[in-house]
Design a protein around this ligand. Structure first.
Ligand SMILES: Cc1cc2nc3c(=O)[nH]c(=O)nc-3n(C[C@H](O)[C@H](O)[C@H](O)COP(=O)(O)OP(=O)(O)OC[C@H]3O[C@@H](n4cnc5c(N)ncnc54)[C@H](O)[C@@H]3O)c2cc1C
Ligand SMILES: C[S@@+](CC[C@H](N)C(=O)[O-])C[C@H]1O[C@@H](n2cnc3c(N)ncnc32)[C@H](O)[C@@H]1O
Length: 608
């Protein structure tokens, strides 16, 4: 199977409507797509009344198509959204249209132009997995899950308030209406969910009734005589209204804690951020630059899927920051070993990301990541921390009192209380949570030099990395065992510069030969790594309500922190998860403790 999902195959009919050739069906009614969307899906789900009392409203959609339903919903949301509420739309798509085709469709409805521009500017890329787009100014979050519904629906975990079933006519695309797909829709529905569609086909109605929907045929739109409205009448207990957390403490102001602050403040929480190193003397996130590039696997591995989704979310997040925070210079990925050369050549031939993101380079011996680049940590952290309250102090201890988390100083003084607490303290996590004995500290030195005459077109990575910023060339980095208890990084040394030059020469020999060793400066810091190369993001181990962990960001924290923060926010606030359930489970912070426990049981200690 190709690594890229298929693209939409389309043609236009004589009236200029887009038709999917594989399905011989139009993307929406020939009478008026927008009016159809408003009647069938919005009115069909009793919107806006249905969201009027909600703080979070979740819509599931089968068939993202041109995004017209998303725009119609967004438009209505902007006019009627309840104060401080958030709208999630999770839309499933197997054959992504390209942005130009979608733009041409939206152009039929000039009233949608401002929203269309926002969506098109951040149109998803063709790649398996989910891509989340946040529009915090409108309090709307769109997650597009790419792949065949039969595969992707069972992987996701969320509870929809309502559904738009929009997968072409059942007669033309029965796969999208099969009992197993409708079973998934039910699994992903709240006990009071509603559902709407233009199809009143008998088998669809009968199956919906069989799985607990009350189905009604009502007047249809345009040439369609009838449409369908349905409401779930579940024997399950009613979804109990949970009291939503309103405040959070975040410990650590590196990229992990800062991404967490942004994820929580955009959801309307009050966030107190505590950082023992506000000026960035030691923190791993205090380097002058951080490279943003994906880790791509040849196989369809869990790690590969996680890093790909994380990279796409990072690219989208950085695209919303200004050029002081991120320079999209593109990153050339080369290989330092023959084995890795095979991986790159294979990925260039059969890429997992579409051509707007990834192309083969240097005769396909390298890759060019077009949307990768250089992040400037100082500005990135500032931008992410913008809406929280910053406290430049260390937290000595956490206590659970009166149903909240209290952050205490050395002297036991309460510095803040909140409903939630996220520990994102880099090497400092041990003061607050037990994550087992498998996390490791790895010290690293980044080298840099002033080279006014140099102009690198792109950053470079592959074992080592190099990037130019202004008149400086940055390269590195060392990767050295270090005691986790020692939070002071090793001093900058010429041996470490020499090591960095050696690894640079493996992927960019000419560049390395131009570096004047005597002019080198550097910065040391410490990353936290895990044996399975995945971060930890989720509920803290043990029965500690409202306590979360973001740790083990390793060597790619500036790429992965945003997805980790979304996973934690979803869990903490009972919102739809941003990626497939197995990825969320793979990041569980209790996994090393659990593994250790299992090992102990398997290997009982000798009696004597
Ligand atoms: C040399 C080197 C080069 C790297 N290059 C890249 C790169 O190019 N691209 C990339 O994506 N990643 C890179 N990384 C990895 C990246 O820097 C890390 O993954 C990331 O910075 C980790 O972020 P963090 O928030 O978990 O930890 P940190 O950045 O270390 O932040 C943790 C913060 O928590 C604070 N803290 C700890 N205890 C307490 C407490 N009790 N109270 C209050 N605050 C506390 C600390 O003071 C610190 O400010 C590099 C790492 C190194 C070492
Ligand atoms: C009628 S169109 C959706 C129109 C869309 N809601 C809009 O607002 O433009 C149906 C969509 O379902 C997608 N689709 C069809 N079969 C699918 C499948 N098995 N899995 C995922 N998506 C599928 C098509 O590619 C198409 O984009």
């Amino acid at each position: 199977m190709a690594r890229l999902p298929p693209s939409a195959q389309t043609t236009t009919d004589e009236a200029g409507h887009l038709v999917a050739t594989d399905f011989n069906d139009t993307y929406f009614s020939r009478d008026d797509g927008l009016e159809e969307s408003r009647l069938v899906f919005l009115k069909g789900n009793h919107l806006p009344d249905a969201w009027s009392e909600k703080s979070v409203f979740v819509i599931g959609e089968l068939g993202f198509g041109s995004g017209l339903n998303v725009l119609a919903t967004w438009d209505l949301w902007n006019q009627t959204k309840p104060k401080a509420a958030i709208l999630h739309i999770i839309s499933f798509e197997g054959f992504l249209l390209d942005a130009d085709a979608a733009r041409a469709i939206h152009a039929r409805w000039p009233e949608l132009e401002p929203l269309s521009q926002k969506l098109i500017a951040r149109w998803p890329t063709r790649s398996y997995g989910s891509q989340r787009l946040w529009f915090p100014e409108d309090r709307i979050c769109v997650t597009i899950v790419i792949g065949q519904c039969a595969q992707t629906l069972p992987q996701m975990r969320f509870q929809a308030d309502c559904w738009f079933l929009d997968g072409f006519a059942p007669s033309k695309n029965p796969d999208m209406w099969s009992p197993s797909i409708l079973d998934q829709v039910v699994r992903l529905s709240k006990s009071t969910a509603t559902l709407a569609t233009y199809s009143v086909a008998g088998p669809v109605r009968r199956h919906l009734e069989a799985v607990g929907f009350e189905v009604q045929r009502v007047d249809g739109f345009g040439s369609k005589r009838q449409r369908l409205e349905a409401r779930r009448v579940s024997k399950d207990e009613l979804d109990s209204p949970q009291s939503a957390p309103k405040s959070a403490i975040v410990i650590g102001g590196g990229i992990g804690g800062s991404a967490m602050c942004a994820a929580l403040t955009k959801r309307g929480l009050h966030v107190d951020l505590f950082d023992a190193d506000p000026c960035g003397r030691y923190k791993a996130s205090g380097n002058p630059i951080a490279l943003i590039a994906p880790r791509l696997d040849r196989g369809d591995t869990r790690e590969g899927r996680f890093y790909r989704s994380a990279y796409l979310l990072a690219c989208d997040t950085y695209s919303q920051m200004d050029e002081l925070a991120f320079a999209r210079v593109g990153v050339i990925e080369r290989s330092p070993t023959p084995q890795d050369q095979k991986r790159l050549a294979d990925l260039a031939r059969d890429p997992p990301l579409a051509g707007d993101h990834l192309i083969g380079h240097e005769d396909d011996s390298a890759l060019l990541h077009l949307k990768g680049g250089v992040a400037y940590p100082d500005e990135v952290l500032k931008s992410l921390q913008r809406d929280c309250v910053r406290h430049p102090v260390a937290i000595a201890a956490l206590e659970r009192r009166e149903g909240q988390w209290w952050a205490l100083s050395e002297t036991g003084k309460c510095l803040a209380k909140a409903d939630l607490c996220v520990v994102a303290a880099g090497t400092g996590f041990k003061s607050f949570v037990d994550l087992g004995d498998d996390l490791r500290a790895r010290a690293g030195q980044l080298s840099y030099i002033r080279t006014p005459e140099l102009t690198l077109d792109h950053a470079i990575c592959g074992g080592a990395y190099a990037a130019q910023s202004g008149q400086n060339l940055f390269f590195g980095a060392t990767f050295e065992a270090w005691p986790l208890e020692d939070q002071t990084p090793p001093p900058v040394s010429s041996e470490r510069h020499a090591h960095n030059l050696t690894i640079l020469s493996e992927i960019a020999p000419e560049l390395a030969s131009e570096v004047d060793v005597s002019g080198l400066s550097g910065r040391g810091s410490i990353r936290v790594t895990t044996p399975d190369h995945l971060p930890l993001a989720g509920k803290a181990p043990g029965d500690q309500e409202g306590l979360f962990v973001l740790a083990g960001l390793g060597s790619r924290g500036f790429t992965t922190a945003f997805l980790c923060a979304e996973i934690i926010a979803a869990r903490a606030l009972n919102e739809p998860e941003p990626v497939a359930e197995d990825l969320v489970e793979a990041l569980r912070p209790d996994r090393f403790l659990e593994r250790a426990k299992r090992k102990k049981v398997m290997r009982p200690s000798p009696i004597n």
